[in-house]
Design a protein around this ligand. Structure first.
Ligand code: FAD
Length: 496
């Protein structure tokens, strides 16, 4: 009989492990508390409008292709991938940039708007290619033992860490203009960090964007989760929706033996993979006394990503606005300081607006559109709660800014469907520790061996996947976590 694997959560991390292990012949069960697949990468349906709950930028699509290959499938048989050019518009008020992954186009744009700075762009591509080639393989390996920190791959990468330098610090070596520095550092927000605190090695993120581009998937990025679930089922794996797990059952030697559902049902497994956010899982999914190292008091001392305030608007019109656009705060550094250090709401906020209906007609009826608005805000460690009044007032300020700074002057008169998500909802409805939408922070002290490991050191037969574990948040690295854990399971529970 094939080893039985239970997976808690059908987010991108859990589904990656599920489809790979099911393909290899394991007997896989996935338990998802929600009625929809995908977790933060689920689809949200409001009337006739389809939104992605979370991820909208697909980067390094070759990693996704690779995990599909590990599951014996071809991504293109399941998803239609559309490269975006330009990748996005960056609106700085006086100036706006439309970065392209076509280097000649990007270089010409820099030369036109910031004469002389194009030389910095050439240097960035060259230097950061080398950092990426040394660093990325370090993220593709497990760090189950302290000795793994001495691997040749990691030792070779050490000179590329830019120790002691922030992402902003590294970019200052390439560009003089603040707008260009922001255009290549705002990506720290993809992992919920400040460019002034995010480790310099994360220059890899703007690099991979410019090296490989940004893709959209027809139907929204949630179509990837649907495709992964389909592959899992095609290989005989089972996915149980609306089935919350109450506890991971352990024996006296602290080895996972199965799961207990909220319904009281028990299921036995040879190994359990946890995709639910690590901080939430460590504090909620184990019997008292099982977790020693990662108790709440330890987790409370760690650094976490920011959160996001979301508006999903179904519009009875389609604006000629970019697929992705970021409207920056007038004082971007102060805005980031408010979110990360001061933990207060910025009136001068930065806003990400996604008008995907421009590229993808499947998301709304003809002539209509599904507008997604994301505003980075503090996580729930901030000393205020998101009551109805605060939520209403912040929504008002966000809409005012969008109306003032974009071509959507009559936006309000076109809203026919609307949903809002606050940090409190990320915490309580999505089970995210402190409502941190991008999980545990990515400081050097919380990476590799020092981040929750894919082979969970506290509980035997238990593996971790997802943004709160190694290698970290963001779809490509989450797919890597799913692959790493699937490989660890395959090594420890070989098929006969
Ligand atoms: C607003 C937002 C925008 C983002 N944008 C991008 C982007 O553009 N590009 C990018 O690469 N990344 C982005 N990310 C980051 C990241 O890629 C996604 O958050 C991703 O979905 C995280 O995947 P995951 O597997 O770690 O966890 P999740 O997607 O959260 O999956 C965990 C699953 O576990 C389930 N679960 C929790 N508790 C239980 C329980 N007790 N029993 C059963 N099931 C349970 C949850 O319901 C969920 O389905 C974004 C994130 C957010 C929130």
């Amino acid at each position: 009989m094939a080893p039985r694997i239970g997976i808690v959560g059908a987010g991108p991390g859990g589904l990656t492990s599920a489809m790979i292990l099911a393909h290899r012949g394991y007997d896989v069960d996935v338990f998802e508390k929600e009625a929809t697949l995908g977790g933060r990468n689920a689809s949200l349906q409001l009337g006739d409008y389809t939104f992605d709950v979370g991820p909208t930028f697909l980067m390094m699509t070759f990693i996704l292709r690779e995990v599909f290959e590990h599951a014996g499938k071809n991504l293109d048989d399941y998803c239609t991938v559309i490269p975006l050019d330009p990748m996005y518009r960056l609106d700085f008020g006086e100036i706006s940039l439309e970065p392209s992954a076509h280097h000649e186009k990007m270089r010409a744009q820099i030369a036109r708007l910031f004469p002389g700075e194009e030389e910095g762009f050439d240097r960035l591509l060259k230097r950061e290619k080398s950092r990426y080639e040394y660093m990325y393989p370090c993220l593709q390996r497990p760090y189950s033992t302290a000795g793994s920190m001495l691997s040749k791959t990691l030792l070779r990468a050490v000179p590329h860490l830019s120790m002691g330098k922030s992402l902003y610090g590294v970019l200052s070596d390439y560009f003089q203009s603040e707008e260009l520095k922001t255009a290549f550092t705002f990506q720290a927000k993809y992992i919920g960090m400040s460019p002034w605190q995010c480790p310099g090695l994360y220059t890899m993120i703007p690099y991979v964007e410019h090296a490989f581009g940004i893709d959209h998937v027809t139907g929204g990025l949630s179509a990837i989760s649907e495709a992964m679930a389909q592959v899992t089922r095609e290989h005989g794996g089972k996915i149980y929706l609306s089935t919350p797990v109450k506890q991971i059952e352990t024996d006296s030697k602290k080895r996972a033996r199965g799961v207990i559902l909220e319904s009281g049902e028990r299921h036995s497994y040879d190994a359990v993979i946890v995709n639910a956010d690590f901080g939430y899982a460590a504090t909620n999914l184990f019997a008292p006394g099982v977790i020693r190292k990662w108790q709440k008091k330890t987790l409370d001392k760690k650094k976490y990503s920011c959160s996001t305030f979301m508006l999903y608007l179904g519009l009875d019109t389609l604006y000629d606005e970019p697929h992705h656009q970021i409207v920056f705060a007038e004082d971007y550094k102060a805005n980031i300081g408010d979110i990360v250090s001061e933990k207060r709401l910025s009136d001068d906020m930065s806003i990400y607006i996604r008008n995907a209906s421009k590229t993808d007609p499947t998301l709304a009826p003809k002539g209509h559109s599904a507008l997604y608005i994301l505003v980075p805000v503090s996580n729930t460690r901030a000393p205020f709660s998101w009551d109805e009044k605060r939520t209403r007032e912040y929504r008002r300020k966000i809409l005012d800014r969008i109306i003032a700074r974009t071509g959507m002057k009559d936006l309000e008169s076109h809203i026919v469907e609307e949903k809002c998500l606050t940090p409190d909802m990320w915490e309580h409805e999505f089970n995210l520790f402190d409502g941190s939408t991008f999980n545990l922070g990515h400081n050097l002290s919380q990476m590799l061996y020092l981040r929750p490991r894919n082979k969970f050191e506290e509980v035997g037969n238990c593996y971790l996947v997802g943004g709160g574990t190694h290698p970290g948040s963001g779809l490509p690295t989450i797919y890597e976590s799913g692959k790493i854990s699937a490989n660890l399971v395959s090594e420890e529970y070989p098929l006969s």
